[in-house]
Design a protein around this ligand. Structure first.
Ligand code: HAM
Length: 427
């Protein structure tokens, strides 16, 4: 019989396998703890949203909306989209559930997959994961500084160094239109010299020209007027406060006047953290203020700020900083090998009781000779192997092999519960 052609994952979408998945789990757990410490609560929004949410929220002319979304017409002719990011969804939920009616700042975090049909490369995937947080309901610069403090604390929990915090202010609906008009005029003089994408953006979304990465365009872009210099007094003061509050916290940053980011909802503060070890896709995370997003989505005025960390890239950076993190830390795993039906029943019962106490236990699925059992135990990274046969069962004593030391000793049930039943601290 001909074997069927094996299927593969969709291009740009990948499986996260053990042991790497352990590091993903740990990152998510640490992030959750930290978010709770800063009084953020989890929100889960659907992976599928009405297409219009992103057209209105992220922006009709952005690369995300024009080129990168997975959009289809559903059976009832509604246009649906796999979320390319989560901020628009969180603000939609904020409005839909009238969260603005409760007093105070709404602090929400999320983690999960996002979808963008970009050209896949290292650190860039079509399904990628973000861990993010949004604080909605205040335009105070104190919120900006606290959010950035939390982000820096997250990186510190993984001993990540070698990153740079880039900061900018992109102004507001008072000062930005005048700047964009000036920028358009300036671009008209030079647009012919720019790359085809920038020639198009000069008309459709001139701010995005500032973000162009094409090397030949850089000297021309460097000569364009700077948004930061046209901020209105309100935006200027806001930006000054954010800088001061970051300095109070000894958080280093680099002002980057060309940091406009790829989403249209931003106002005032924008930031990115780039990491040297990541290569071309060096943005580990990005975020900023979106004081007009709620209104753009039909809600009340609700200024907000948030960030999203690219988890795929964070994993790469943490692995490079401390490769040991990804190694299977299963030395606490107890492998129980058995021979004979009654030995199996005893092994299963023992495993059930130890697992109830949170011990990590694997029971051999089949009877096996000692040599084979040790091979399997070693392959799955078990720290110890317990061997149960009829004789051991009758005596209530079993050989326990320490795999790293290669030593064997005899233990009874009490010894086992003492050794494996109570998880050690820090595990
Ligand atoms: P973003 O800059 O589009 O912002 O994405 C945030 C991060 O997600 C990036 O810095 C990067 O690490 C990661 N990322 C983006 N695209 C990919 C990809 N194709 N493959 C792997 N990683 C990727 C946002 O999404 C905003 N929602 C951030 C935000 C939250 N602003 C305010 N609140």
């Amino acid at each position: 019989m001909n074997r069927k052609q094996p299927l593969r994952a969709v291009k740009g979408m990948r499986d996260i396998l053990p042991p790497e998945s352990r590091l993903w789990g740990r990152i998510e757990q640490v992030a959750r703890e930290l978010f709770h410490a800063y009084a953020y609560q989890e929100i889960r929004t659907p992976l599928v949203e009405p297409t219009e949410l992103f057209a209105r929220g992220v922006g009709e002319e952005t690369d995300i909306v024009t080129k990168e979304m997975y959009t289809w017409e559903d059976r009832d002719s509604k246009s649906l989209t796999l979320r390319p990011e989560a901020t628009a969804s969180v603000v939609r939920a904020f409005i839909e559930h009238k969260m603005y009616e409760q007093p105070g700042l709404k602090k929400l975090y999320y983690m999960g997959p996002m979808f963008r049909r970009e050209r896949p490369q290292k650190g860039r995937y079509r399904q990628f994961f973000q861990i993010g947080a949004e604080a909605i309901g205040s335009d105070s610069p104190a919120v900006d500084a606290e959010l950035i403090e939390m982000i820096v604390a997250l990186l510190a929990r993984f001993d990540l160094s070698g990153f740079t915090l880039l900061l900018n202010s992109v102004g507001c609906s008072t000062c930005r239109p005048a700047y964009i008009a000036t920028l358009r005029d300036a671009l008209r003089q030079v647009s012919g010299l720019l790359c085809p994408d920038c020639q198009r953006r000069s008309e459709t979304n001139p701010l995005r020209v500032l973000d162009c990465k094409v090397p030949e365009d850089q000297p021309i872009i460097d000569g364009l007027p700077i948004l930061f210099e046209s901020l209105c007094p309100g935006c200027f003061t806001h930006s000054q406060r954010v800088e001061e509050y970051l300095q109070d916290r000894q958080i280093a940053f680099t002002m980057q006047p060309r940091l406009v980011r790829g989403l249209d909802y931003y106002t005032r503060t924008t930031f990115e953290i780039v990491h040297g070890a990541l290569g071309a896709q060096n943005a580990l995370l990005g975020g900023g203020r979106y004081d007009g997003l709620s209104e753009a989505l039909g809600g009340p005025r609700a200024p907000g700020i948030g960030f999203s960390l690219g988890e795929d890239r964070f994993v790469l950076a943490v692995e490079q900083a401390a490769p040991v993190e990804t190694k299977a830390r299963t030395d606490r795993l107890l492998y129980i090998a058995w021979l004979g039906e009654s030995a199996y029943r005893h092994a299963a019962e023992l495993a059930r009781e130890l697992r109830a106490l949170n011990a990590a236990v694997e029971v051999a699925p089949d009877a096996a000779k000692l040599k084979k059992s040790l091979e399997i135990a070693s392959r799955i990274g078990a720290g110890h192997v317990l061997i149960i046969g009829d004789q051991e069962l009758a005596e209530g004593k079993y050989p326990l092999r320490d795999m790293s030391r290669g030593e064997q000793r005899t233990v009874n049930n009490d010894d086992l519960f003492r050794e494996f039943g109570v998880p050690r601290a820090n595990e």
